[in-house]
Design a protein around this ligand. Structure first.
Ligand SMILES: [Zn+2]
Ligand SMILES: [Zn+2]
Ligand SMILES: [Zn+2]
Ligand SMILES: [Zn+2]
Length: 140
């Protein structure tokens, strides 16, 4: 009985040593060691790319006024004729029939905050989804 007990202990001890050794081997040689961080080729690892709409300015040029903030419109006083009701030169437009007024779309500023990036000038990289890169696993 005593001999069997000792033998069982030895067998158990060997088993523990082997299983422990396997665990240690796995821990010292993790799968991560076979991976390499590869920065995104599109954004260089930043995870951001230049906004295509505003080209990083964060501002869009107003398409309605061409960025000037002013619109040339027909004079409302003389309806664009340049002359008032008494056939004299319209005092509003000075006879040109046209006046400048602040662009309604941009409020006279000539532009507005980019609707694509919200003024940040950058947006999430379309290639890496903002991750900045990915782990490349070495093939076995
Ligand atoms: Zn006028
Ligand atoms: Zn405008
Ligand atoms: Zn933008
Ligand atoms: Zn990227």
């Amino acid at each position: 009985m005593k001999k069997i007990g000792i033998r069982l202990l030895i067998v158990l001890g060997i088993f523990v040593l082997i299983s422990g050794g396997i665990l240690f081997t796995q821990a010292s040689n993790p799968a991560l060691a076979r991976q390499e961080w590869v920065p995104c080729s599109k954004c260089g690892g930043s995870g951001q790319q230049a906004c295509m709409r505003c080209n990083t300015s964060g501002q869009e040029r107003c398409g309605m006024c061409g960025g000037s903030g002013q619109m040339t419109v027909a004079c409302p006083s003389c309806r664009g004729t340049g002359r008032d009701s008494t056939k004299e030169t319209c005092s509003e437009c000075g006879g040109s029939g046209r006046i400048q007024e602040p662009c309604q779309r941009c409020g006279g500023t000539g532009g507005y905050t980019c609707t694509r990036c919200g003024g940040a000038g950058a947006e999430t990289c379309s290639m890496c989804g903002g991750e900045g890169g990915k782990y490349w696993t070495y093939p076995d």
